[in-house]
Design a protein around this ligand. Structure first.
Ligand SMILES: Cc1cc2nc3c(=O)[nH]c(=O)nc-3n(C[C@H](O)[C@H](O)[C@H](O)COP(=O)(O)OP(=O)(O)OC[C@H]3O[C@@H](n4cnc5c(N)ncnc54)[C@H](O)[C@@H]3O)c2cc1C
Length: 425
C-alpha cells in the first residue's frame, strides 16, 4: 500500500547541510520531513569520519553563528570538541536530539524513486524504503541536500559534473586510529621540519599533520605500492586518536554505483597498507590501531545543480560579497586530483592566508529550473573550483540554516523561492 503524506517542506539528505536546514525550518514552525538513505544522520560529517571543521573564523570572530555555533557548544559540553576537531559519535547524538526538539519528522533507509512536477514546481516525491514499502509526499517546498544533486537530477533540473573535462575530485575513504603517541609525533615534527608541509605546526592545540615525504620514499623502495605522496592525519578529541585523510581514488564518478563500489574497494586496500606503513615508519604510530573505517565514502564533489547564480572560484578569490549573501566563508580553493597530489616545492612551503571572507548568495541555493526547489550543501550551484572551497562543513551548515529561514519567509508570504531570491529580501 502506498502511504500518502502532506508536508510544508521535504528535505532529501541528512548530511550536515540537510540537518541544519531541517532544524532551522522546524524551529520556525514548519512541518518538515527529512528523508535519509543511510541508517543515521550527518552524512560525510559523521558517517564519513571527516574532520576538522575547516577554517570558519577570522581574527575578527566566527563567520558562522546560529545552530552551528550551538552545536559547537554542545560538543564542547560533552567533551566532543578539541579546538575545531570533533567526535563523530557525539555529533550524531546532538544532531538527533536537535532534530527531535525542532519537531522534524525523520525517515531513515529511504530514497526517492519518482518526482512529479508541473509548471516549474515539484508537486510530490515518491520514496521507497529498504524494507520494501513506498510513500509519496506532497509539499510546498523541496530541498535537495543529497550532496549528489540526486533530487534535482530526478526532477529533470540541469546538473553539472566535474571540472572542464568532466573529471570529479578524488574520493577518500577516511578512517580513525587510536593508540597514537602524540609526544613522539610532535618531537618528530620539531626535529624534521622539512619533512612536512610548512603549515604543520607542532604547537597548535590540535595537530593536523601532513608530510612524511622521506618515509614514503623509503617505504616505496621497500615494496609499498599503494601510498600517495604524503600521509595526512588530524587529531581527534580523546586520547591518542586521529582521523586519516590519505586514501584517494581518482577518475571515478560517485554517481555511478559500479565506479563508486570500485573506489571503496580500492580505498579499503589502501587503508590496510597505510596502517602497516604507519606502524612501521611513522614515529608515534608504532602501537596505533584502526578504530573505525567510514561507512560512507568521502565524496568531495559529484553532481551540482544549476541555480539562479553559479558561484565560482573567481568569487572565492575576489572575496566577493553579494546583496543576497546569506553565508560567510573564508576557506580557499581546494582540489584533490592527480595533479594536485604531486606536491611541488612551492606547495610544501605555502601557508594559507585567511584575511577576508566571501559570501554565498541566496540565488546559488535556489534552482534555476524549479521554483520551489532549494539546493544546498556540496551540490549547490557552483563551478568546479567554487565548489571546492564552499563544500566545507561550516559553510554548508550555514547554507542549511539560511535555507531553513528562507523557507519560513516563503511560506508565510506564499511566495516561490525564486521570487524571494531574485528580489533579495
Ligand atoms: C574526504 C573528505 C574530507 C573532507 N575534509 C573536510 C574537513 O577537514 N573539514 C571540512 O570542513 N570539510 C571537509 N570536507 C567537506 C565536507 O565534509 C562535506 O563537503 C560536507 O560534509 C558535505 O555535507 P552535505 O550535507 O552537503 O553532504 P553529505 O555529507 O554528502 O550528505 C548528503 C546526505 O544525503 C544522503 N543521501 C544522498 N543521496 C540520497 C538519496 N538519494 N536519498 C536519500 N538520502 C540521500 C547521504 O546519505 C548523506 O547523508 C571533506 C570532504 C571529504 C569527502
Amino acid at each position: 500500500m502506498l502511504i500518502g503524506l502532506k508536508k510544508d517542506v521535504v528535505i532529501v539528505g541528512a548530511g550536515i547541510s540537510g540537518v541544519h536546514a531541517a532544524i532551522a525550518a522546524g524551529r520556525a514552525g514548519l512541518d518538515v520531513l527529512l528523508v535519509e538513505r543511510e541508517g543515521s544522520v550527518g552524512g560525510i560529517s559523521t558517517l564519513g569520519l571527516c574532520n576538522p571543521f575547516m577554517r570558519f573564523w577570522l581574527d575578527s570572530g566566527s563567520l558562522v553563528g546560529g545552530i552551528f555555533e550551538e552545536i559547537l557548544k554542545d560538543l564542547a559540553r560533552r567533551g566532543g570538541l578539541l579546538a575545531n576537531s570533533f567526535d563523530s559519535e557525539i555529533m550524531k547524538i546532538i544532531y538527533f536530539e536537535k532534530l527531535k526538539s525542532a519537531g522534524v519528522s525523520l525517515v531513515l533507509h529511504s530514497i526517492p524513486i519518482g518526482v512529479e512536477s508541473c509548471d516549474r514546481q515539484i508537486q510530490s516525491v515518491r520514496f521507497f524504503s529498504s524494507q520494501g514499502s513506498a510513500f509519496e509526499v506532497e509539499a510546498r517546498y523541496f530541498v535537495d541536500a543529497t550532496g549528489d544533486a540526486t533530487l534535482s537530477y530526478m526532477a529533470g533540473a540541469e546538473v553539472f559534473q566535474g571540472d572542464e573535462n568532466g573529471a570529479n575530485q578524488a574520493m577518500t575513504l577516511m578512517f580513525t586510529v587510536s593508540g597514537i603517541d602524540y609526544a613522539r609525533v610532535r618531537e618528530d615534527i620539531r626535529s624534521n621540519r622539512e619533512n612536512f608541509f610548512a603549515w604543520v605546526n607542532p604547537d597548535f592545540e590540535i595537530l593536523s599533520v601532513a608530510g612524511y615525504f622521506e618515509e614514503i620514499e623509503r617505504a616505496r623502495k621497500g615494496g609499498y605500492d599503494r601510498l600517495h605522496n604524503y600521509f595526512f592525519f588530524i587529531e581527534l578529541p580523546g586520547s591518542g586518536r586521529a582521523t586519516v585523510n590519505t586514501t584517494h581514488s581518482f577518475d571515478k564518478s560517485a554517481v555511478d554505483p559500479f565506479e563508486l563500489s570500485e573506489a571503496v574497494t580500492d580505498c579499503m586496500a589502501q587503508t590496510d597498507q597505510l596502517m602497516t606503513f604507519a606502524r612501521e615508519y611513522v614515529r608515534g604510530f608504532e602501537k596505533a590501531e584502526i578504530e573505525k573505517i567510514a561507512t560512507l565514502m568521502g565524496v568531495r564533489e559529484s553532481r551540482r545543480s544549476r541555480g539562479l547564480y553559479v558561484f565560482s572560484g573567481e568569487d572565492v578569490k575576489a572575496h566577493r560579497k553579494f546583496p543576497d549573501g546569506v553565508v560567510r566563508a573564508t576557506y580557499g580553493i581546494d582540489v584533490h586530483n592527480r595533479s594536485t597530489q604531486q606536491v611541488s616545492e612551492e606547495e610544501r612551503k605555502a601557508i594559507p592566508l585567511y584575511d577576508d571572507y566571501y559570501e554565498i548568495p541566496l540565488r546559488s541555493l535556489i534552482s534555476a529550473d524549479l521554483d520551489n526547489l532549494a539546493i544546498i550543501g556540496r551540490c549547490f550551484s557552483s563551478d568546479f573550483s567554487g565548489q571546492s572551497a564552499a563544500r566545507v562543513m561550516p559553510t554548508v551548515a550555514g547554507m542549511g540554516q539560511a535555507i531553513g529561514q528562507v523557507l519560513h519567509r516563503a511560506i508565510s508570504r506564499g511566495e516561490n523561492l525564486s521570487e524571494i531570491a531574485i528580489d533579495g529580501r
